[in-house]
Design a protein around this ligand. Structure first.
Ligand code: 5AD
Ligand code: SF4
Length: 430
C-alpha cells in the first residue's frame, strides 16, 4: 500500500517539476513514507532519521519530510520529537505536497498537513512506477479501513473506507498492459468490501475483478487483502472462471481461538473461517492460501495459542506473515485491554508458529515436485546469472536455468526440487 502511495507521490511531484534522483547526495528533499502498524516499524524510521543527520550537516539545503501513517498518527508532534524533520504529510494530503515543499525552503520553517478525507482516492493520478521491473505493478483500488480490529491503528491513520472509480482502475490496468506489463495487483485493506455506485450501476469487487481480468488473458491479476468475514462465493466463482486471475488468496486469520477473534473484533469465528477455506478449495483445488497471524494478543492463554497452531495444521498455509502483538496507541486494545503477555512469551509463541509454518510450507512445496506450471519470468536469480526466477499463478517463486528465456515471458517450468521458500525447476519446451 505504501509502495503504491509512493508512486502517487512521485507522480504528483514530477508534475510539479521536481525530478526523482537516485543518489541521495543530490537530493533537495528526502521523503520517507512510513508505516505505523507495529512499534518496530516506527523505531526503524526514527533510526533512519538519526542516520540522516550527517547528510544534513553536509547539505544544508536538504529538507526531510515524513509521509504516511506515522505522520498521520503523530502529526506535528513528530517534528518536535525529531528536530531534523521539516514537514509531515498524512496519506490523504499528498496533493498539497508541491505547496508544502515550497513552503519549507526558508530555514527553520515547518509544515504539517494531516487532514483525512472521506473522498480522496487519487483516482485521476497516473502513478510513476518506482524501481519497476516493467512486468508487475500495483494498482490501489480503495483507501482507508473502518473495520476497527481491536489491535489495529490503520482506521486511525488511513481514515474511512472509500472505493475508487472502476473506470479509472480498468484504464490504469489497460495502460499498463499496453506498456508491456504482464501482471497487476489490486490493492486495498479489505478488497471484498470494494463498492462503487455510479449512473452506470453498482460495481462490487467480483465485478471489478471480472472487468480487469477481461482486458487480456495475458495480463495476470492478483489482489490483496481479503477480510475473511466478506469473502464471497461470487468472488471465488469469478476467480475460477478466469485463468489469468491468479490462484492465490491472502486471508489473514490473526488467531485460531474464537475468544481471541471476538476480542480482536474480527467478526468471524474459526468455523466461519474454515468454511471459507473449504469454499476456496471447492472452487479452486489448486489455489494457494496465505495468511497473517498475531502471537500474544492481550490475555491470550497457552491453550488459545495452541488453537492458532491447530488452525495452521488444518489450513496448511503456503505462506504466512507472522507477528508478535505490538500495542498501538488509540486502538481499542490500548484503551480497554492490557498488554499482559510478557515479551519473552510472545517470542516463544511466535517462534513456535514460525517453526510449524516452515515445516508445512516445505511439505506443501514437496507436493509440487513433478508438476509443470506456467511461470511469468521476472528476472535474474539472486544466486546466479545463469538462472532466472519467476512465479506461478499460486505466487510461488520458481528458479530455473535460463536457456534463452527472457523476463516478461510466460514459460512452462517443471518442478524438480524445493526448499520451504522456493521451488526449483527446469523449462519444458512446448
Ligand atoms: N501488532 C501486531 N501485528 C499487527 N497487525 C496489525 N496490527 C498489529 C499489531 N498492533 C498485523 C495483522 C495484519 C497485518 C497487516 O499486520 O496481522 O493483518
Ligand atoms: Fe487493520 Fe482490521 Fe482494517 Fe486490516 S481489516 S487494516 S487489520 S482494522
Amino acid at each position: 500500500m505504501n509502495f503504491a502511495d509512493s508512486e502517487i507521490v512521485a507522480s504528483l511531484l514530477t508534475k510539479a517539476n521536481h525530478t526523482i534522483v537516485t543518489d541521495i547526495e543530490a537530493a533537495d528533499y528526502i521523503l520517507i513514507n512510513t508505516c505505523a502498524i507495529r512499534d518496530n516499524a516506527e523505531q526503524r524510521i526514527r533510526k533512519r532519521l538519526h542516520e540522516l543527520r550527517a547528510l544534513q550537516q553536509r547539505h544544508k539545503q536538504v529538507r526531510i519530510g515524513i509521509l504516511g501513517c506515522m505522520a498521520e498518527r503523530l502529526q506535528s508532534q513528530l517534528m518536535v520529537e525529531e528536530e531534523n524533520v521539516s514537514f509531515v504529510v498524512g496519506p490523504d494530503a499528498y496533493r498539497r505536497l508541491p505547496e508544502l515543499l515550497a513552503s519549507v525552503r526558508t530555514p527553520g520553517t515547518k509544515a504539517a498537513e494531516t487532514e483525512l478525507s472521506t473522498t480522496e482516492t487519487y483516482a485521476d493520478i497516473e502513478p510513476v512506477r518506482l524501481g519497476s521491473n516493467g512486468i508487475s505493478a500495483y494498482i490501489s483500488i480503495m483507501r482507508g479501513c473502518q473495520n476497527y480490529c481491536a489491535y489495529c491503528v490503520v482506521p486511525y491513520t488511513r481514515g474511512r473506507e472509500r472505493s475508487r472509480d472502476p473506470e479509472t482502475i480498468v484504464s490504469e490496468a489497460r495502460n499498463l498492459f499496453e506498456q508491456g506489463y504482464k501482471e497487476v495487483t489490486l490493492l486495498g485493506q479489505n478488497v471484498n468490501s470494494y463498492r462503487y455506485a455510479s449512473e452506470n450501476g453498482n460495481v462490487d469487487f467480483p465485478e471489478l475483478m471480472h472487468r480487469v481480468a477481461s482486458i487480456s488473458p495475458l495480463l495476470r491479476v492478483r489482489f490483496a487483502t481479503s477480510h475473511p468475514k466478506d469473502l464471497s462465493d461470487r468472488l471465488l466463482e469469478v476467480m475460477a472462471s478466469h485463468s489469468n486471475i491468479c490462484k492465490c488468496i491472502h486471508l489473514p486469520v490473526q488467531s485460531g481461538s474464537d475468544r481471541m477473534l471476538k476480542l480482536m473484533n474480527r467478526h468471524y469465528d474459526s468455523a466461519w473461517y474454515l468454511d471459507r477455506i473449504a469454499a476456496i478449495r471447492r472452487y479452486m483445488p489448486d489455489c494457494s492460501i496465505t495468511t497473517d497471524v498475531i502471537a500474544g494478543f492481550c490475555t491470550e492463554t497457552e491453550e488459545e495459542h495452541q488453537m492458532t497452531l491447530e488452525m495452521f495444521r488444518k489450513v496448511r498455509y503456503d505462506y504466512a506473515y507472522m507477528f508478535k502483538f505490538s500495542m498501538r496507541p488509540d486502538t481499542y486494545a490500548a484503551k480497554h485491554l492490557e498488554d499482559d503477555i510478557p515479551e519473552a512469551e510472545k517470542t516463544r509463541r511466535l517462534e513456535e508458529i514460525i517453526a510449524l509454518q516452515g515445516q508445512i510450507a516445505l511439505e506443501n512445496n514437496r507436493k509440487e515436485i513433478g508438476k509443470t506450471f506456467e511461470v511469468l519470468v521476472e528476472g535474474e536469480s539472486h544466486r546466479s546469472k545463469e538462472q532466472l526466477f519467476g512465479r506461478n499463478s499460486q505466487n510461488k517463486v520458481i528458479v530455473f536455468d535460463r536457456h534463452d528465456a527472457q523476463p516478461g515471458q510466460y514459460i512452462q517450468v517443471k518442478v524438480t526440487d524445493c526448499t520451504a521458500a522456493t521451488l526449483k525447476g527446469e523449462i519444458v519446451q512446448p
